[in-house]
Design a protein around this ligand. Structure first.
Ligand code: NAD
Length: 705
């Protein structure tokens, strides 16, 4: 049973018991109402307590039911809340740990609420592009006041119970209990029963009967609408949250509830909510690997080694230090080691100055760091991550050394971006222990981690890597071995299109503006200036030799020949002023682009923003389809996670594959055919040939996700 029923003398206790977070799924809801009926029918019971088993009261709706008929099957949450609100016996809710979404809505529908201090209270629905749908927008403002409720509902962020209890005049919590919560809830319930005994239905306080007062309602609502409009322009749910909270102040309760229901139902159909829900589930699904079940044994990781204290090595080390793991960091020369350690120290000092890290924690982290020049110091590490120069010879030397000194069972990881992981694994006598951990720069900030599964990588190594990723708070996505893995392999096609657009008539600022209006964090040229234009140049030089059939516009090479490598050289696609990262359009570069078109015999034309966005995004989608087809990514959602967490793809579009589904693959393929036809001189060499998987899905009217 997912809600337990027990009677303690004269109080019935309903305990939500549906691990992991006591989600309010169908069985739990059914059992709650059955428990209520049982308690009401038992003359010995005078009051009812609802509590949660384990670490929390409830996280809200059971996400496993999302999108299934069970989610709304009666008794749905609205019906459950109505039943408890109408109970003739007082209902007391005992809240601890976490009380979110539907859980908070249930609590608000009961008569009394006691909470443990520090309980996380939230209505997070806006994060899924929705408004709370079971009265949250109508009851919370009545319980804590318009302004605090607006903040919570529009942001979706949790607030601690004790902070809410300190709001003057609030009716959310009757008491904060810093002791035995259940015992106190039972005593409180008895007390309330004693004062209301013999009275008919309705003697118990109901949040719905309160009024929302505000001295300056019009001005506050206008302020909320303007603020939200500026901060969440691509997220319609935030504005609709404002509408619903406003309705709580202006409408009768039942009318406000109807308004909330209608708003919820219309948002369920919005592309933004569908995209956000897709991302929510895809993130959870990314940690599931078909042939590596959840109960796969894991290796213990208590100590980590990092080889190379350069840009990536330092950031990688910080991830583990932040998680409280000791790190041995190795370099070949003392000065490189000192520089690397100094950079780490400087980062932490910056955090201390900003107040986000305490002096004590800073000191703890630095003592966990052991710099060394001696491989012997890595001998007791459970996981060793290599981040040395991107040259196969250097990697070979490192992995041969590691093979000689690492303890048996140690996981040997490479942060390589482009090299063949299977080749690296073959430098050791233990390829089963070798894996790719492809961090993104800056490694201590970026959420994405591509976990690269080599052909020999053992399942327990993979399972351990996924668990380690979680521990250091990364979103891990498994990729097979190929050039560029999932993310960089796709971005190459996107960059290729960005360059073709330049020689056909666009300028960097126009392409970037179109991409940024679509929602990308940064357009392709600003991104390239940040990463370093020389990186792409090196890759292209390799492609010219290895894949001469793959064509590129030479405009980026011309830029690199001018030494314009991006922010690091103070000049790239844009001009930069000292000490400032702002990109200023460059007259020199723009003239160079126009000249390049003339020299290549291309008549420049006006290119619309729609074409820019379609060509950039469909180039990603087509390569993504190949990656899926080849099994490099296991699911379309994994590709979307790479792009949302590693490449600044707009979350409200759900990732490139989900976006293509939204547009319709039929339409994507038609657009690609149009671009293929327009490429009369074949400069784009097959870029618009739909990948077989994409063509087949489009023909069958199917989707990626
Ligand atoms: P970097 O040049 O900043 O750092 C490399 C460091 O490795 C240097 O400090 C160097 O002294 C040290 N080193 C070289 N040979 C060594 C050896 N034999 N033993 C120990 N230390 C040695 O380079 P980086 O940008 O940090 O890149 C490191 C790796 O990470 C590369 O494989 C690169 O492809 C990968 N990577 C880089 C990025 C990025 O954005 N820079 C992103 C993902 C992955």
């Amino acid at each position: 049973m997912t809600t337990r029923y027990a009677v303690d003398a004269d109080v019935a206790v309903l305990t939500l018991d549906n691990p992991p977070v006591n989600g309010l799924g169908y069985d739990t809801r059914r059992a709650l109402v059955d428990g209520l009926d049982r308690a009401l029918a038992d003359p010995a019971v005078v009051a009812i307590v609802i509590a949660g088993a384990g670490k929390s009261f409830t996280g809200g709706a059971d996400i496993r039911e999302f999108g299934t008929p069970k989610a709304m099957q009666e008794p749905n949450l609205l019906s459950v809340i109505a039943a408890f609100e109408a109970s003739t016996k007082p209902v007391v809710v005992a809240i601890h740990g976490v009380c979110m979404g539907g859980g908070l809505e249930l609590a608000l529908g009961c008569h009394y609420r006691l909470a443990a201090p520090g309980t996380q209270i939230a209505l997070p629905e806006v994060k899924l592009g929705l408004v709370p749908g079971a009265g949250g927008t109508q009851r919370l403002p009545r319980a804590i006041g318009l302004e605090p409720a607006m903040n919570m509902i529009v942001s979706g962020n949790p607030v601690a119970s004790d902070a809410l209890a300190s709001i003057p005049g609030q009716a959310l919590f009757d008491r904060i209990v810093d002791g035995d919560l259940l015992a106190e809830a039972k005593a409180f319930a008895r007390e309330r029963a004693a004062t209301t005994i013999g009275k008919e239905a309705g003697p118990h306080p109901r949040v719905r009967d309160r009024r929302v007062e505000h001295p300056n309602l019009d001005a506050f609502v206008l302020f909320a609408r303007t603020t939200v409009g500026a901060m969440a322009k691509d997220y319609p749910a935030a504005q609709r949250c404002v509408d619903c909270v406003e309705a709580a102040a202006r409408k009768r309760f039942d009318d406000g509830m109807r308004f909330e229901r209608e708003t919820f139902a219309s948002l369920m159909m919005s592309p933004e909510s569908r995209a956000l829900r897709h991302a929510f589930f895809a993130e959870r699904a990314a940690s599931k690997i078909a042939d590596v079940p959840d109960d796969t044994p894991q290796r213990e990781v208590r100590k980590v080694g990092v080889i190379g204290a350069g840009m990536m090595g330092g950031g990688i080390a910080m991830n583990f230090l932040n998680a409280g793991l000791p790190v041995v960091i190795l370099e070949t020369k003392q000065e490189a080691l000192d520089r690397g350690v100094a950079t780490i120290r400087k980062h932490y000092e910056g955090s201390v100055r900003k107040g986000s890290l305490s002096e004590t924690k800073f000191a703890q982290r630095m003592t966990l760091l052991q710099p060394t020049l001696d491989y012997a110091d890595l001998a007791d590490c459970d996981l060793i991550v290599e981040a040395v120069f991107e040259e196969i010879g250097v990697k070979q030397a490192v992995f041969e050394r590691l093979d000689a000194i690492a303890k048996p069972g140690a996981i040997l990881a490479s942060n390589t971006s482009t090299l063949d992981l299977d080749r690296i694994a073959a430098f050791t006598t233990r390829p089963q222990d070798v894996i790719g951990l492809h961090f993104f720069s800056p490694a201590h900030v970026m959420k994405l981690l591509e976990v690269v599964r080599g052909k020999a990588t053992a399942k327990d190594v993979l399972a351990t890597a996924m668990a380690v990723a979680k521990k250091i708070r990364k979103t891990a996505v498994v990729s097979g071995v190929c050039d560029g893995f999932i993310g960089n392999r796709m971005i190459e096609q996107y960059s290729r299109q960005a360059m073709f657009l330049l020689e056909e008539g666009a300028l960097p600022a126009q392409v970037d503006a179109a991409a940024e209006r679509f929602g990308f964090m940064m357009g392709p040229f600003r991104m390239s200036d940040l990463a370093g234009n020389d990186i792409g140049w090196a890759i292209r030089k390799r492609r010219y030799v290895e894949q001469p059939e793959l064509t590129y516009s030479k405009v980026a090479d011309a830029l690199c020949e001018l030494g314009r490598f991006g922010q690091k050289t103070g000049a790239g696609w844009y001009d930069y002023r000292p000490g400032d990262r702002k990109a200023h359009p460059s007259a020199v570069v723009d003239a160079m682009i126009v000249e390049h078109s003339a020299a290549a015999g291309i008549a420049r034309r006006t290119i619309g923003d729609d074409e820019i966005v379609e060509r950039l995004v469909y180039a990603l989608v087509n390569e993504g389809a190949k990656i899926l087809d080849e099994g490099i990514a296991a699911k379309a959602g994994d590709i979307d996670m790479v792009y949302l967490f590693g490449y600044g793809f707009p979350p409200f579009r759900g990732g490139p594959m989900r976006y293509a589904d939204e547009i319709g693959l039929f339409n994507v393929v038609r657009a690609m055919r149009r671009y293929a036809a327009a490429d009369v001189d074949g400069r784009q060499a097959g870029a618009w040939e739909p990948a077989p998987l994409l063509a087949a899905l489009a023909a069958d009217g199917k989707t990626f996700t």
